[in-house]
Ligand binder design. Structure first.
Ligand code: XIL
Length: 380
């Protein structure tokens, strides 16, 4: 008796689940045209794939990615701390899945990132006693890392962020271990190693705050020097982590122009528009207060319509700018798919509720997606 009751209960729950899942699936509205179709011939539209995408557990997410995007970038799995956590021990499993997904869906596949001071394993820079390695050892480690990673995906990954975030906003060198131990030549070496490992993959320099005049000039100077030295650089990635007040759109445009004048592709590589305030230099005491936490996380219960409208307009303004420069811009990539996935929920403060991406927590395209699609009608 007990078993039968249990069985019928299970059956009822299974029914409910099926109905819920079916209706959930069918409410992920299919849009025509989708983002990638609308922007066909102007630039590819990309998104960053996380673990749930790479391993196929986020099935709703994967469906959306296939519908709307024709370019993918690895959000984390190709960073050095993930792909070579211990010297000589490579973990390729997730990156392999990422590349296979892109190939199976005929997408433009971007590797991110070979040389970056952040999310790099500690061993990379030190010897067994914990002291900085010599210049020669550092160069050898760079060579080996780049040759192994790029070599594995030779002919399969279309483009690599070879060096990420080498400059400060004023254009001076960021004082990373790569810079400290090797000197500025590390960038040239990184591009040379990547070129050796896959002469057909595109090679990019990628950075944030690229609208800042100092950084703009620094990057222009770098690329000119590399070009003069005969080192191949195919593109410049402007990350595009934006807020409501920054960057200034006309400064961003100046950077697009300056980079395009170098005869390289310009890419918007990590776009998101945060709605959350950036912390100042509050004392620990203030930052723990409930009042402060509420001020820093103002939309935890939902987004007011007027804020959303201003946010939509900012996306539209930026995409209009990208369309104006579609001869120079080859790719626009969003840094993630849904607001549930975004790194912005946890940076620079953990556990907030942000809304920086084009798809909601419910996997629905936000109304702005339709508007970005419509924008292309005026551009034909
Ligand atoms: C972020 C990822 O989105 C997070 O999941 C991770 O915890 C930290 O890194 N600039 C970059 C990206 O080039 O690699 C960063 O990605 C965001 C800033």
């Amino acid at each position: 008796m007990k078993t039968n009751r249990w069985k019928s209960k299970m059956w009822f729950i299974a029914m409910l689940l099926t109905v819920a899942l079916t209706s959930c699936n069918s409410t992920v509205t299919e849009q025509t045209p989708t983002l990638k179709d609308a922007y066909q011939g102007m630039f590819v539209i990309g998104t960053a794939l996380n673990k749930g995408h790479n391993y196929g557990t986020d099935t709703l997410g994967i469906n959306l990615i296939k519908q709307h995007f024709n370019s993918i970038v690895a959000e984390n799995c190709m960073k050095s701390m993930h792909i070579q956590p211990t010297e000589g021990v490579f973990f390729f499993d997730e990156a392999d899945k990422f590349v296979e997904f892109g190939e199976a869906n005929n997408m433009n596949i971007i590797g991110h990132t070979l040389i970056w001071h952040s999310q790099a394993p500690d061993w990379f820079f030190v010897d067994e006693d914990g002291a900085d390695v010599t210049r020669e050892v550092m160069i050898e480690r760079m060579r080996n890392h780049i040759h192994t990673v790029v070599g594995r995906y030779k002919g399969r990954v279309d483009g690599w962020d070879v060096v990420n975030e080498a400059f400060m906003d004023d254009g001076s060198w960021r004082n990373t271990k790569f810079y400290e131990i090797i000197g500025g030549e590390y960038i040239k070496l990184a591009f040379q190693f990547a070129n050796e490992a896959d002469p057909d993959a595109e090679l990019y320099y990628n950075d944030y705050a690229m609208s800042a005049e100092g950084k703009r000039n620094g990057v222009v100077e770098l690329v000119k020097q590399l070009q003069a030295a005969g080192v191949r650089v195919d593109g410049i990635g402007m990350q595009g982590h934006m807020g409501m007040d920054y960057p200034d759109i006309s400064e961003f445009e100046k950077s697009i122009k300056a980079f395009a004048a170098l005869d390289v592709n310009v890419m918007i590589t990590e776009m998101d528009i945060t709605l959350l305030p950036f912390p100042g230099d509050e004392t620990a005491e203030v930052s723990l207060s409930a009042e402060y936490q509420e001020k820093m996380n103002p939309y935890a219960a939902g987004l007011p319509d007027n804020i959303n409208a201003a946010w939509e307009q900012r996306y539209i303004d930026y995409f209009q700018l990208f369309l104006n420069y579609s001869d120079n811009i080859s790719r626009v990539t969003l840094w993630g798919l849904t607001d549930a996935d975004t790194w912005r929920n946890n940076w620079p403060i953990e556990g907030r509720t942000d809304y920086p991406l084009l798809f909601g927590r419910d996997y629905q395209a936000k109304p702005v997606v339709e508007k970005l699609i419509e924008l292309t009608n005026n551009n034909e």
